[in-house]
Ligand binder design. Structure first.
Ligand SMILES: [Zn+2]
Length: 314
């Protein structure tokens, strides 16, 4: 049986696992909040992988490859990191292929983390059985990825399907951190939340003012307790995300939209609202025929997706 080494590189932690065709046979996590560079972490990753192999009794000859999911733009075909992330500024210059060959005599596959999560849900989660999917992950920002006719969309500059959070919703909106105007993320996302709240006249009287770094969990919780500002921001955000989903349906014609991320897990009640918006606002014949579902694998979807890509060399 073939075993892959899979990693999900995040800003605060790196998740790593050994996988065998959709089965995570060992996993570990490295806290990296204080690390600015990736290169010094490679020996830690290597040690942890070797330890997992020892504990799970995996032999070097069983390894088929290593897969990295990164939160930035990836040239999947050449295995290159193309853009800076807020940290790991050295990552673009690292030769992970050579490193993987030196450590375990295996090749490396790289992919954007939203695409990896999409593949994980397609093969091993709520997307199973559907070859036309949109994945939307609501965390600090909004990550999206698209599968059409069983093919992961990548595009000329490896951006295809990834920018569902950067489609304009508000003509008169702020300039987003991406350079566009009134993006979905600028209108409703965790990173924009504090500014959104402060803009409302009720902010100084709302209990949410006590939160230095308010989250949507705070907004949903205070809205449930009747706080007017939280209700307003919750309803505006849900509307923005629902319209973002309509945009994705109109752009990519999926069978399902798989939603994931901490924001979605904090309130499953949103799913029926999104479903109602799609049923009302999308074009026939997709109207009434696109299902919104909550991701099944959550934290492990990107690891499972990288396992599939490594096992299938794709
Ligand atoms: Zn943007």
């Amino acid at each position: 049986m073939s075993v892959s080494i899979v990693l999900d590189i995040g800003g605060t932690s790196i998740k790593l696992a050994l996988a065998r065709s959709g089965d995570l046979i060992a996993h570990d996590k490295i806290e990296v909040a204080d690390s600015r560079l990736l290169e010094p972490l490679l020996h830690v990753i290597s040690e942890r992988v070797d330890r997992m192999m020892s504990v799970a009794h995996v032999d070097l000859t069983e390894l088929v490859g290593i897969g990295f999911a990164f939160p930035c733009i990836i040239d999947h075909h050449r295995g290159k990191i193309l853009s800076d992330y807020v940290k790991y500024t050295d990552a673009q210059a690292l030769d992970l292929q050579t490193w993987a060959q030196q450590e375990w005599s295996i090749s490396a596959i790289l992919e954007n983390d939203a695409r990896a999560a999409l593949v994980g849900e397609w093969q091993y989660g709520r997307g199973r059985g559907s070859d036309n999917l949109v994945q939307m992950t609501f965390g600090t920002g909004i990550g999206t990825a698209v599968l059409i006719d069983g093919q992961v969309l990548r595009g000329k500059h490896y951006l295809a399907g990834n920018l569902g959070g950067h489609v304009t919703l508000d003509l008169n909106g702020d300039v987003c951190n991406c350079g566009n105007i009134g993006c979905v993320e600028a209108v409703a996302s965790t990173w924009a939340l504090l500014q959104m709240l402060k803009r409302h006249v009720g902010y100084t009287d709302s209990p949410i003012r006590q939160e230095k770094y308010p989250s949507y969990r705070d907004v949903f919780s205070l809205a449930a307790q009747g706080d007017e500002l939280s209700i307003k921001v919750r309803d505006e955000s849900v509307k923005a995300w629902g319209l973002a989903m309509v945009n994705m349906v109109h752009s990519f014609d999926p069978e399902k939209i798989v939603v994931s991320g901490g924001v979605m897990r904090s309130s499953a009640e949103m799913i029926p609202t999104f479903q109602a918006m799609l049923d009302r606002h999308t074009w026939a014949p997709s109207r009434g025929n696109v299902e919104v579902v909550l991701a099944e694998n959550g934290e492990t979807a990107a690891l499972l997706g990288m396992d599939y890509l490594v096992q299938n060399k794709g």
